[in-house]
Design a protein around this ligand. Structure first.
Ligand code: NAD
Length: 479
């Protein structure tokens, strides 16, 4: 039984949740304590009590702790990556890559703890000096989704601690294992009691406490649009700071002058890898007329070679979908697309078991063609290995189609034209734009986030994270 970490102690919960391996549903990854609202409030109280001292800790103290956490994550990346693949279903190389990213993020923010910015300005009044500094906010409520069970927690927890805040972390219900492993490392890192708390439990119960408790100064959330709206409403009601990263319907434009291999690689990588369960996945490919037929044929040939199977087995390209609910949603969208008049060019069928006979939530990646912009497959996030193809007359039409979405997280273009690449980088209505690269796959030291319905508030990651995790103070002195 894996427990919650509250006020420096490992505590049983009110209930237990069973963490099931989506590659083999007979395999129980572990049983995890589920906190109730009272335990969530206890965690908030302990974080609040720890804040005055931690906010005044030295940069060296914060550096040492975060750097050591990063080192341990990196040293154990294979072991923790295996756990991540087992509970979430991305393939082992992808999972080890995600854990590596988490380690790098802790190392990056260890360095940031040593580089607190500030400005010293003369006043417009004689003899007066002005200092502009950043201070920690207080208790940060951290709510994360299931699709990046360690990287997203890392990119919220590391900056929160680096800038002197205390943390109450609520991971997604489906993937408590990686979150627990990270919390266990943090519990031995030398953080004073109460600075970091892990509270596993239901969103409607534990999550609600983080949204409504006046002692939580700020809430950082990554997840679905629907939950994001609840986070926003609750935080606005009590004037708490908040930040939302939500869904996407990310376009990948492929122009006539594209290198076909690069285009197929970008579409397959960002459409189907990690089972399409990435907020930055290219779920819409917009191909210009001249290349359309060749592109679809090349995609189908490539898709025939993709091996769907147990995430931890060598040679597997596509792991299972995370659970039955998500699998049903993926299958629903494949059916809806066909009902609305689109064609299924490849895949889209559930496989009850893999080649080894292990029962899991397997889905052959789906390519849907002959779609139009108003179809639900082009407007709503599926969050599975399901890619639609739209045809564009020319670059201008492709750009209009790409921007015709309520979302704005990531967008890509495959082209040899410097003109079109340059124009696209400027005119794409997305927070992150890729040229001749998959839309999924970003660096850990630069800002991450979207526009329109995908994101709200300041950027995450890189130096830009300071915007959210600190508050600016302007001090005037007449010596
Ligand atoms: P979700 O919204 O169902 O859950 C996210 C988290 O919110 C979970 O921890 C959940 O327990 C919690 N929660 C649920 N109800 C709550 C409530 N009433 N109050 C407080 N917390 C509550 O999302 P999910 O299914 O875990 O994740 C998939 C979604 O996340 C997709 O839409 C995906 O696009 C998005 N996502 C976005 C990004 C990004 O950076 N933009 C990254 C990864 C995932």
């Amino acid at each position: 039984m894996f427990k919650n970490f509250i006020a420096g102690e490992w505590l049983d919960g009110a209930r237990v949740s069973r963490n099931i391996n989506p590659s083999d549903t007979r395999d129980l990854v572990g049983e995890y304590a589920q906190a109730d609202a009272a335990q969530a409030r206890l965690a908030v109280a302990s974080a609040e009590a720890a804040f005055p001292a931690w906010s005044l800790s030295t940069p060296q103290q914060r550096f040492d702790i975060l750097d050591a956490v990063g080192s341990e994550i990196l040293a154990r990346r294979t072991e923790i990556g295996d756990l991540l693949a087992r509970e979430e279903g991305k393939t082992l190389p992808e999972a080890v890559g995600e854990v590596t990213r988490a380690g790098h993020i802790f190392k990056f923010f260890a360095g940031e703890a040593l580089r607190p910015g500030g400005e010293l300005l003369p006043s417009v009044r004689p003899g007066v000096g002005v200092e502009i500094t950043r201070e920690a906010l207080g208790v940060i409520g951290i709510i994360t989704p299931w699709n990046f069970p360690i990287a997203i927690p890392a990119w919220k927890i590391a900056p929160a601690l680096a800038y002197g805040n205390c943390v109450v972390f609520k991971p997604a219900d489906l993937v408590p294992g990686s979150a627990w492993a990270l919390a266990e490392i943090l519990s031995r890192s030398g953080l004073p009691q109460g600075v970091f708390n892990l509270v596993m439990g239901r969103g409607s119960e534990v999550g609600t406490v983080l949204l409504e408790d006046a002692r939580v100064s700020a809430v950082t959330f990554t997840g679905s649009v629907g939950t994001g709206q609840k986070v926003a409403a609750a935080c606005v009601a009590r004037m708490a700071k908040f930040q939302l990263e939500m869904g996407g319907k990310n376009p990948l434009i492929v122009l006539d002058d594209a290198d076909l291999d690069v285009a197929v690689n970008c579409a397959v990588q960002s459409g189907f890898y990690s089972t399409g369960q990435r907020c930055t996945a290219s779920s819409r490919v917009i191909v210009s007329e001249g290349l359309q037929q060749r592109f679809v044929a090349a995609m189908v040939e490539k898709m025939k070679t993709l091996k769907v199977g147990n995430a931890r087995q060598t040679g597997i390209d596509i792991g299972p979908v995370v659970d039955q609910t998500q699998l049903n949603q993926d299958l629903d969208y494949v059916r809806i697309a066909q009902q609305e008049g689109a064609s299924l060019a490849f895949g889209g069928e559930a496989l009850a078991e893999n080649a080894e006979g292990q029962p899991g939530f397997y889905l052959r990646p789906a390519l849907i063609t002959e779609t139009s912009p108003e179809m639900r497959i082009n407007r709503e996030e599926v969050f599975g290995p399901v890619v639609s193809v739209q045809t564009a007359r020319d670059y201008e039409h492709a750009l209009a189609l790409a921007n015709d979405t309520p979302f704005g997280l990531a967008a890509g273009i495959v082209t040899r034209s410097l003109n079109h690449a340059t124009h696209f980088k400027r005119h794409s209505q997305a927070g992150m734009v890729m040229v001749n690269l998959p839309t999924a796959g970003v660096d850990y030291h630069v800002p991450f986030g979207g526009r329109k319905g995908s994101s709200y508030g300041s950027r995450e990651q890189g130096r830009y994270a300071a915007e959210f995790y600190t508050v600016v103070k302007t001090a005037y002195t007449l010596p």
